[in-house]
Design a protein around this ligand. Structure first.
Ligand code: KG4
Ligand code: ZN
Length: 363
């Protein structure tokens, strides 16, 4: 089944052609990152206007690169939510028009389903064992979900304040690095010296009286050993960001070396929490694999940390086969649409959808 997919939920105008949920024939991404670098983040109105001009050229390129005509496509897929309303609207309007014009089924896709299925791109689906626990960490999300063998998803945890990527972006701004912050921190942290500055806090989410008894790194050791139970799988990064701000404010003349040390300590703190919670969730829900998705899954410290924790447990860890499948892209939307189409027969007669900026995981 050939699916033409469109993604425009945030600041990437993307289109792709994907066969049977895993074979990527083309994946075109027109990123607005350079445009938003000037403001240090996405301005929704500007993003929406950019999408309007970029979507149809991306669709045309995706068809050209895949060397396929609209007549050979079996269905159109589009991200319906969650995301920025104006951005989503640009993609959904284009998809509705194409589906009506070509008389093709239209499959609305929930954005996190897309990130979850990004693991399937350029892979043999027979390799992947379910249930799996997937961490989607991006500029807008830190979501931990359980993907069952029947394709259904259950949310295990989410961010209570800043998303992981947003935390990277804000930390980078505090340290005077560029946007997007994740790659900038990763690069700068290479010059950091392990242990050179006091450890930054990890928000494990355990009750205050337990947290007060241990240093936050020690608490992680105890959680992983099962000596302290984790009450939930939610994430919080605002305390970490505030502590970094305090450290920077306390010393306005920070040397480049100290900034690099802080970048490393910050990355360690984020990676420690982002790696530990999926490991504990996988054990609790008897998952056969752990998957990392979203822009932050590109982070090498996170990949190394989670691999180190998963290996002794015999749990395979996967992340998207290419960096361009980590950040927002339409190929993952085409993959998710394929699996949703197989599960939901009502989609076969669907020719239009609406935006749903707060679309739930189990819509
Ligand atoms: O998935 P994505 O493109 O967009 C959203 O859906 O939000 O993720 C972008 C986010 C940005 O916050 C960026 O700083 C972060 O992913 N990111 C990284 C890395 N590459 C991108 N964070 C940490 N390390 C990286 N190497
Ligand atoms: Zn995303």
């Amino acid at each position: 089944m050939f699916i033409l997919a469109i993604e425009s939920s945030c600041d990437e105008s993307a289109a792709a052609v994907v066969r049977d949920g895993c074979e990527v024939l083309s994946s075109v991404i027109a990123s607005q990152a350079a445009l938003h670098a000037a403001t240090g983040g996405v301005v929704p109105e500007i993003a929406a206007r950019e999408h309007v001009g970029a979507i149809i050229p991306a669709v045309r390129q995706a068809l050209d690169f895949a060397n396929i005509s609209l007549a050979e496509i079996d269905a159109i897929a589009v991200t319906a939510g969650p995301g920025l309303a104006g951005s989503l609207l640009a993609g959904v309007v284009a998809a509705n028009s194409l589906a009506r014009f070509a008389d093709l089924p239209l499959i609305p896709v929930q954005h996190i389903h897309g990130h979850v299925r990004s693991i399937w791109l350029d892979r043999d689906p027979a390799e992947i064992q379910l249930p799996a626990v997937t961490l989607t960490a991006s500029g807008g999300h830190s979501e931990l979900v359980l993907l069952r063998p029947d394709g259904s998803l259950t949310e295990l945890g989410a961010t209570t304040d800043d998303a992981a990527g947003e935390a990277f972006d804000k930390a980078a701004r505090l340290l005077g690095l560029g946007y997007p912050g994740g790659p900038a921190i990763q690069e700068f942290a290479k010059q950091g010296r392990p242990g050179a500055v006091p450890t930054l806090p990890r928000a494990w989410g355990v009750p205050g009286d337990v947290a007060r008894n241990f240093d936050s790194a020690e608490l992680g050791v105890r959680l992983r050993a099962g000596r302290i139970a984790l009450p939930h799988f939610d994430f919080s990064f605002s305390g970490l960001k505030s502590e970094l701000r305090r450290r920077v404010a306390a010393n306005p003349d920070l040397s480049e070396q100290t900034k690099a040390d802080l970048a490393l300590a910050f990355q360690d703190a984020v990676a420690d929490v982002l790696a530990t919670k999926p490991i504990l969730a996988a054990q609790k829900f008897a998952a056969k694999e752990i998957h990392l998705a979203g822009g932050v899954s590109a982070n090498l410290a996170l990949r190394a940390r989670i691999s180190e924790l998963a290996e002794p447990l015999g749990l395979p860890v996967r992340w998207p086969a290419k960096l361009s499948y980590c950040t927002d892209n339409a190929a993952m939307v085409g993959a998710a649409a394929f699996f949703d189409f197989a599960r939901k027969p009502e989609l076969r007669s669907n020719r239009a959808t609406n935006i749903a900026p707060n679309l739930a995981l189990d819509f």
